[in-house]
Design a protein around this ligand. Structure first.
Ligand code: GTQ
Length: 343
């Protein structure tokens, strides 16, 4: 085709009209497979912990609203992005402190890493937070945190902040009450929905699990029992999903969560997934191979696995390895965007 003017000059005239050629960007847009900007990364607990305890001295929970070190993905520009859609942070609350009541559209989950005696009050129910527990504060639920113990309590926060931002769905509201009044009996959500029973006279009309707490002793016992029975997947070992007892689906509409057991000596099969996953070491140690690079992990290390990276779990030790993880798979699945492939 004959071109009277240079392409460069044509593209400049397009740009002046807020137009652009598709044909120069098509191959970088309709990529064969996902090409996320998020990169594989590991945050080592021995590096994070002293900085977290320094933050405890430097800023009060009152000043900070939430005293959190954000796990910022080196491949992403945003100040709060661990993956393209997921936020992760490590929060610390000292004895007697209060992280005041607020609510927001992002969903949150917490996995307790260190300490005991903390609690979150979620929509009027006081939820205990002890090491290994999973506690959720679903979208738009009022929540405040406290610590009645005599030592700091630390947990991993998982939220869908980058997703909510990208969808322009962010809403936030502070409460007039610094601490919520407790209006529900202890264990109310568990009694109503986690015992294989449900109140026959009420409907729970929210897109998230009515169970706000999944204590570690129960989750760990289930995991170990299934592992003893020889169960497991060739890719993940014994991978148990925290579920909503009503839907059987994920605990939160935008994030699913798992507790996982990698048997001693296991070198599992590699797999790619179009979800992004944040892993937290809970017991023992292991290695996550990501696109051929070894990320050795120990307790309280965090490892992020990008979408479509080749992922392989290895446990070269003599003890079982236990991992917690959360992912954005629930956002992908309804739209046909979730895929897996052998790697
Ligand atoms: O505890 O409510 O890591 O609102 C980020 C935002 C924790 C929280 C975070 C939050 C919270």
């Amino acid at each position: 085709m004959k071109r009277a003017m240079s392409d460069r000059e044509f593209h400049a005239r397009l740009e002046a009209e807020a137009l652009g050629p598709l044909w120069t960007v098509l191959a970088d847009t309709l990529t064969t497979t996902p090409r996320p900007r998020e990169v594989a990364y590991k945050w080592r607990w021995p590096s994070v912990r002293p900085l977290l305890y320094e933050a405890l001295q430097r800023v009060t929970a009152e000043e900070a609203e939430r005293r959190v070190l954000v796990l910022r993905n080196p491949g992403l520009p945003g100040p709060t992005a661990c993956t393209e859609t997921l936020y992760a942070g490590i929060q610390i609350i000292g004895p007697g402190e209060v992280a005041r009541t607020h609510r927001h559209t992002p969903n949150a989950l917490r996995f307790i890493m260190e300490g005991s005696g903390a609690f979150s009050t979620v929509d009027g129910e006081r939820i205990a937070m002890d090491r290994g527990d999973l506690v959720t504060t679903p979208t738009w639920t009022w929540h405040d945190h406290g610590n009645d113990g005599d030592a700091p309590v630390v947990w991993l926060d998982g939220l869908d902040i980058p997703l909510v931002e990208s969808l322009s769905g962010m809403f936030f509201e502070p409460s007039r009450e610094r601490e919520q009044r407790v209006t529900r009996a202890p264990g109310d959500s568990r009694a109503r929905y986690a015992m294989g029973l449900r109140p026959a006279y009420e409907t729970f009309d929210h897109p998230y699990s009515p169970v706000l707490s999944y204590p570690y002793n129960q989750a760990r016992a289930a995991l170990a029992a299934v592992a003893r029975g020889g169960g497991g997947s060739p890719y993940d070992g014994v991978l148990m999903e925290y579920t909503s007892p009503l839907s059987g689906g994920p605990v939160l509409p935008t994030m699913d969560a798992y507790l996982q057991w990698i048997p001693p000596g296991a070198s599992l099969q590699p797999i790619r997934r179009s979800s992004s996953v944040v892993y937290l070491g809970v017991e023992g140690q292991g290695t996550i191979m990501i696109d051929g690079v070894a990320f050795g992990w120990e307790v309280n290390d965090v490892v992020v696995v990008p979408s479509w990276a080749a992922l392989q779990h290895v446990n070269g030790g003599h003890d079982p390895a236990v991992l917690f993880s959360f992912s954005n798979a629930p956002v992908l699945k309804p739209f046909g965007l979730y895929r897996e492939a052998d790697a």
